[in-house]
Structures are given as structure tokens and as C-alpha cells.
Design a protein around this ligand. Structure first.
Ligand code: SAH
Length: 256
């Protein structure tokens, strides 16, 4: 049995209780060593077999899984953040299906949530944006043309860019081409929730310059949108004049 587990963004206490329990019980852990905090491995029991997948191919990962599974071992495949985002889990799950090996998936706190927390930010401010676009700049992994960054930027919704901090010049140019302006608030969050976390507030116009000044080219998220610095409407949910499933409006007649 393989347990895919989201490790969270970095701080070891941001893994879920379920994820931690699976780590403690595992006979074998294969962790994404480029981004998973190795401090999480302190939870492993004595004698647990540990592999760093940063140095392995998919085939080598599957080889370890096949051998351990044949030995009746419990395997944890530990991915950074939440495995459903840029986690390359689908290809592993499909291979496990072919191999007849069972698996389950335990969610984690994605780094886009860690970054928002580092900024005390809310992506979905009423009257500002009710949508969050999670994407990346095309790199060695292409992005479908219909999702090119300028086209997505034209919505001017809240946006988070993964895997793009090594290409900030191009990111900035595409964002401006698409519709954000030089003054649109932006932020670079490096290693959210790690001890060496860095939070840099800037604008779309200064994104590349600030990234270069701080020497950031990896392990960072780029956040863009007015949600980072603007006025907003207060929520309907907590408005005294608003009736919800759980609470009657103080002033009658206001609903929905
Ligand atoms: N599944 C992961 C993302 C993996 S892709 C998640 O849910 O967070 C790897 C990219 O995620 C990195 O290039 C970087 O853009 C981002 N990332 C991962 N951990 C991060 C962190 N602690 N702080 C900032 N960005 C992070």
C-alpha cells in the first residue's frame, strides 16, 4: 500500500495529523527532497527505509515501491505542499494501477496557502476578486496556449504563480501585456513557513527588479492582484443586515 501525503509548505508542524500518523507508521518513505523539509523525517521510526526522490527517476521510484510492497511494507510518498498541484502524482497512480498496488492520498497545506498566511492576505475579497488563478509561466514544461499568462492576466483576478520565480522578467512582461498595470500590487514569497522565509511586497512594475535584488530565483511564489493592497466591501456573511442559513438579519427584508 502506498500513501501519498502532502507535507505542507515547509514548517514540520504544518503537516496534517493524518499525514504525521502515516509518516510515523511507515516502513519506507520516498520524499521529494528538493522541497520537503527533511525535519519531517525525524518522525520516521527506527529502521524505516528512506529515499530522496529528487535524485530518482519515476522508474526508480516505482522500483522501490514494487519491492517494498512485495515485502508487505507500508510506503509513504511524501510530496511538498499538496500533491494535487504540480505534484506529478497522476503518472505514479496510473503506474500503481497497472502494477496492481493500492494507494490513497492525504491532502496537505499547499504553499499558496502558506504564502497567503505569510502576508496575512485573503485572495477572495468582496468587490475586488472572487477568483484565484493558480498557474505557472511556461518553462521546460509547456503551458497550453489557451492558458498563456497574458490571457489569464486579462481577468485581473487574484493570481498565484508557481514554478516561475526564475523567469520574473518574462512574467512581468506577460502580466503587463495581459492587463495588470505597473502599480498592481504583487508579492514574492520565498520559502513560506521555513525559518528563512522571505516576504517581499512590490508591484507588477517592480517584480523582476525586486526578485533580482533579493537574489530569488527558486522556491518562491509570485502573488499578484489588488487583494494585496486595496479597499474592499465587507463580507455579506457577517453583515447584520444579511440573513443566512444560521442567522436571521437584524434588519428584516435583506436576503440572498
Ligand atoms: N505541490 C506543491 C507545489 C510543487 S511545485 C504545493 O502545493 O505547494 C514547486 C513550486 O512550489 C516551487 O517552484 C515554488 O514555486 C512553490 N513552492 C513550494 N513550496 C514553497 C514554499 N514553502 N514557499 C514558496 N513557494 C513554494
Amino acid at each position: 500500500m502506498v500513501h501519498f501525503v502532502g507535507a505542507g509548505p515547509g514548517a514540520p508542524d504544518l503537516i496534517t495529523l493524518r499525514g504525521a500518523e502515516l509518516l510515523k507508521r511507515a516502513d519506507c518513505i520516498i520524499y521529494a527532497g528538493s522541497l520537503v523539509n527533511p525535519a519531517l523525517l525525524d518522525m520516521a521510526r527506527d529502521g524505516c527505509e528512506i529515499h530522496n526522490s529528487a535524485k530518482m527517476t519515476l522508474e526508480q521510484v516505482l522500483e522501490v515501491i514494487a519491492r517494498c510492497d512485495a515485502e508487505g511494507k507500508d510506503i509513504v510518498r511524501l510530496h511538498t505542499g499538496d500533491a494535487s498541484l504540480f505534484g506529478a502524482i497522476r503518472e505514479q497512480m496510473d503506474a500503481l494501477d497497472r502494477m496492481g498496488i493500492g494507494y490513497d492520498d492525504t491532502p496537505g497545506v499547499s504553499s499558496f496557502c502558506g504564502a497567503a498566511a505569510a502576508l496575512n492576505a485573503e485572495y477572495t475579497l468582496p468587490g475586488v476578486s472572487q477568483s484565484l488563478i493558480i498557474t505557472r509561466m511556461a518553462g521546460r514544461t509547456p503551458v497550453p496556449e489557451k492558458e498563456n499568462l497574458a490571457a489569464l492576466a486579462s481577468h485581473q483576478a487574484s493570481m498565484v504563480l508557481f514554478l516561475s520565480s526564475g523567469m520574473m522578467e518574462q512574467v512581468q512582461a506577460e502580466l503587463l501585456k495581459g492587463g495588470y498595470n505597473e502599480q498592481t500590487p504583487a508579492a514574492i514569497v520565498y520559502k513560506a513557513s521555513w525559518p528563512d522565509e522571505k516576504v517581499i511586497r512590490c508591484t507588477v512594475g517592480t517584480l523582476a527588479q525586486m526578485g533580482a535584488e533579493h537574489g530569488i530565483y527558486k522556491t518562491a511564489l509570485l502573488l499578484i492582484g489588488d487583494f494585496l493592497d486595496c479597499g474592499y466591501e465587507r463580507s455579506k456573511l457577517y453583515d447584520p443586515g444579511f440573513t443566512t442559513e444560521f442567522r436571521q438579519a437584524e434588519k428584516p427584508g435583506v436576503e440572498s
